[in-house]
Every structure is written in structure tokens, then in C-alpha cells.
Design a protein around this ligand. Structure first.
Ligand code: 1QQ
Length: 449
């Protein structure tokens, strides 16, 4: 039963944002309605949020991590029995609001990771326990979620938030409290520079986005005029459009048409789509989030645009299908993950995802898995040197942060490591093209060769 609840809840949430995507014109996030949930427990505790407006205090120095339970693992018939107090890791992503179109993939990724690493011995015999806080889609939601995880749940690290826009607000709180944060999907310029406790497993726009332009030119070498649109109220979209515009003009030597803007809360893109069509572009590039971006694609196609469209990282979820439906077909989206990668960890991850979702995993789920993985491996190393249960929460957080930045990890994304500043080092990048099925409701991210 526990498992069924845990597995169904992502679907319920997707239903909620779908209703919002198709109905209400604006995001309904309030930033105050976060709830705590754990993927390994069937109890849902309403969070008592203390919003400190950014002034989180570090937790008491007398708290020790893990208590007094003995820490031993016994192996019977190939499975490891975990014992001792669970090791708490926070996950703060957008489980509600329009941003859940992105965050819900991350919930699936971390849920798979928790089971995978607990099936593989946990933290040297102790179970990993993921404690989730919904950030919804705005900055306040992320700040509240971070404060609750840091001060109430006493997590040893946080995977999150979903958006760079949220990271620029919330990561500072964790950094000040000396709690390591790993961004699972924050791709804007400047994220690792927020502070020494901030790293990311999500390769930046400057590395990923240009690959989509290359792929578009390969499919249509006649491209000359490019229309670019971006969500001006979103930090990632602003950062990504800068990379796209530079790639168009400097790298590819193409003509950049007058740039159009929109808001992530917009639902009517008639004026932008009409001006794009009047400019007669050979390629359209959109930097926005899944619901606004998906609606823009749909309206562009409905008004008659026939050329290639590149969607930025905000389109990187199968949850765009219900938004742009058949009109999602042909979208090009650069990727920092290939479900086709044949490695032991990706084969396991891919199978778990397929079993749960009946489709191939995408980048956001894989990056969320990798975010948990770097914490797990760092925790194991720290625990080997000095058992975590003997360390204060503060000492454990700092030791985990130091170790995390030093490690090398074989993740579903391929091998990754970090610069001393916390920027991810990753080798391989890809481009996918959306292929919609005849039903106009389901589809696939086909990786281009
Ligand atoms: C960012 C992003 C988002 C589109 C990821 C979900 O890349 O906000 O940085």
C-alpha cells in the first residue's frame, strides 16, 4: 500500500497542474502551502513553516546526527538489511503549480534513487531517507521549503530547487546555514557562484543550448533568419536566450530577428506569434517553461508557422505533450542525458523509470537521480572516515559538502565530477526531437544521431 500511494501521488499532482495548464490563466502558487512528504513513509505531516525571510539560523550545535542506534547491516540472500537511524536528505522541488510539469519528473527521479541506493546498502548500512518539501513554482515557496528542511527536518543536504529563479532566492539561505545544496535542474549562468555550499549536476545553458542550434542547421542548412522569444520574468529563460542569441549571431552567423518577450504566467501568445510570423523566420527558438512554452508552440503552429522550433530546457519534460499536443511534434530540445546510455547504473535507472511510467526516462528525472547519488556517495565516504552518527549535524553537513565536491560519480548522466566552485563537469550532450503519436496525446523524445 505504501508503495502504491508513493507511486500514484506524482500522477495526482500531474492531474492538478494539467487542470491549471488548460484552465486558469496564471500560476496559482502562493509560496505558503508547502507540505512535507517522504517517499519512504505513508505519513504526511503538514509542515509548520517558519518563514524567516532569508535569515535562517544554523541548527543547534548540540544536535548529533543519527542518535544512538547501532549501525550494522546484515546481508541475507543477496539483499542488504539496513538498520540504524535513517540518514535524512532533503528534496525541495516544484510538486505543485505549473512548474510541477518539470518538478514532477524530479520527484520520480529521487524516488527511484532512494530505493536504488537503499537496495545497494544505503549509507554504509543505514537507510537513506528522502524528506520532500514542495516548493511550488515561486521564490517564496523555495525559501519556505529550504527553511523547513534545514531547521526542522535537520537534513544533511538538499537536492533542489527546480528553477534557477528559485535557486537565486533560496540557495543563499542554505549557503549561509552551511547546508550543501545540489541543483538538479538549475542551468542559468551564476548558480555555483552563489556560494561554497552550492553545486549543480545540471550542465549550464552555455554548454547545452548551442547543440540544439547545430542540430537545427543539420536538419535545415537553409536557415538564415531566426526568431527568438523568451520569458522575461524567469532567470533561466533570460540566461538561456543570451546563449541562443550569441550562438545565432556569433557562432552560426545567422540573422537574429527582433526579439520577443513573454511572461511564464501568460496563456495568450497571439501578439508574439503574429509578429514572429510577420518576420518570416526559418527557425524559432523559445526560452520559457513547460506550460507557457508549450502554449506558445501550439499557438505559433495554429497561426501557420511551419519551420523548425527549438525549445529550451524548460521544454525538457514529457509533460509538454498535454499542452502543445500534436503541435509538439518536431520540437528540438538539447539534452544532458541519453536514456540509451548503456552503463550499469543507467540500465537500472532506465528500467525502474520504465516500470513506473511506461515510457523512457528524460533528463530531469535522470539529473534528480544524479543529485541524490552525489550526496549518497559523499555521505558514504564521510561515514567511512568518521561515522556520521558521531558527528554533529553541522559537522556532517560541512564534511559532506567538502567530500561531494571532490568525488567522481558514475551516474545515469555518464561520469560527472565538480569544479571546486561546484560546477558540474560532464562529457556528453545530446539533442532530442519530439515525435508525437497519432493520438496527439502521447509521444517520445527521439535522440538524434
Ligand atoms: C532552470 C531550468 C529549468 C527550465 C529546469 C526545469 O533549466 O530554471 O535553470
Amino acid at each position: 500500500m505504501r508503495r502504491i500511494v508513493a507511486r500514484l501521488s506524482p500522477l495526482l499532482v500531474i492531474g492538478t497542474w494539467l487542470l491549471m495548464a488548460c484552465g486558469a490563466p496564471t500560476s496559482s502558487t502562493t509560496g505558503t502551502g508547502a507540505t512535507t512528504s517522504s517517499t519512504s513513509s505513508d505519513t504526511t505531516t503538514p509542515a509548520t513553516m517558519t518563514t524567516t525571510g532569508g535569515g535562517a539560523t544554523a541548527s543547534s550545535a548540540t544536535t548529533t546526527e543519527g542518535g544512538t542506534t547501532t549501525n550494522s547491516a546484515t546481508t541475507t540472500g543477496g539483499t542488504t538489511a539496513l538498520s540504524g537511524d535513517p540518514v535524512p536528505l532533503g528534496v525541495a522541488v516544484a510538486e505543485t503549480s505549473n512548474t510541477a510539469a518539470l518538478g514532477q519528473e524530479q520527484v520520480i527521479g529521487v524516488t527511484i534513487a532512494e530505493k536504488y541506493f537503499n537496495d545497494h546498502g544505503g549509507i554504509n548500512g543505514r537507510p537513506l531517507k528522502i524528506i520532500r518539501q514542495d516548493t511550488a513554482g515561486d521564490e517564496n515557496g523555495a525559501i519556505n521549503a529550504f527553511n523547513a528542511l534545514i531547521n526542522q527536518s535537520k537534513v544533511l543536504g538538499i537536492v533542489g530547487p527546480t528553477l534557477s529563479q528559485q535557486a537565486f532566492a533560496a540557495d543563499k539561505i542554505a549557503d549561509t546555514a552551511k547546508v550543501p545544496v545540489v541543483g538538479p535542474s538549475n542551468t542559468a549562468k551564476g548558480i555555483p557562484q552563489i556560494g561554497p555550499y552550492v553545486a549543480r549536476v545540471s550542465a549550464p545553458v552555455a554548454v547545452v543550448a548551442p547543440n540544439a542550434v547545430k542540430a537545427a542547421l543539420k536538419q535545415n542548412p537553409q536557415i538564415k533568419k531566426v526568431a527568438v522569444l523568451f520569458a522575461q520574468n524567469d532567470a533561466f529563460s533570460k540566461s538561456e536566450t543570451g546563449t541562443f542569441q550569441q550562438t545565432i549571431t556569433k557562432t552560426a552567423g545567422l540573422q537574429l530577428l527582433p526579439v520577443q518577450t513573454f511572461q511564464t504566467t501568460d496563456t495568450d501568445f497571439t501578439s508574439q506569434a503574429t509578429s514572429v510570423l510577420n518576420q518570416n523566420p526559418d527557425l524559432v527558438i523559445i526560452s520559457g517553461l513547460a506550460v507557457d512554452g508549450g502554449n506558445l508552440v501550439k499557438q505559433l503552429r495554429e497561426l501557420g508557422y511551419k519551420g523548425l522550433i527549438i525549445g529550451g530546457n524548460g521544454f525538457n519534460t514529457p509533460n509538454i505533450y498535454p499542452v502543445c499536443k500534436a503541435q509538439c511534434d518536431g520540437l528540438l530540445i538539447a539534452q544532458a542525458y541519453s536514456y540509451e546510455l548503456v552503463t550499469p547504473v543507467n540500465t537500472d535507472f532506465r528500467k525502474s523509470y520504465q516500470d513506473l511510467q511506461k515510457r523512457e526516462p528524460g533528463q530531469l528525472a535522470a539529473q534528480a537521480f544524479a543529485g541524490v547519488q552525489v550526496f549518497v556517495e559523499a555521505m558514504r565516504e564521510v561515514d567511512k572516515a568518521t561515522p556520521l552518527k558521531g558527528l554533529s549535524v553541522e559537522a556532517a553537513r560541512t564534511a559532506i559538502n567538502d567530500q561531494l565536491l571532490k568525488g567522481k560519480y558514475q551516474t545515469p548522466l555518464g561520469p560527472i565530477s565538480f569544479t571546486p566552485e561546484g560546477e558540474v563537469i560532464q562529457n556528453d550532450f545530446y539533442v532530442a526531437q519530439v515525435k508525437m503519436n497519432a493520438d496527439g496525446a502521447t509521444g517520445k523524445f527521439v535522440l538524434l544521431k
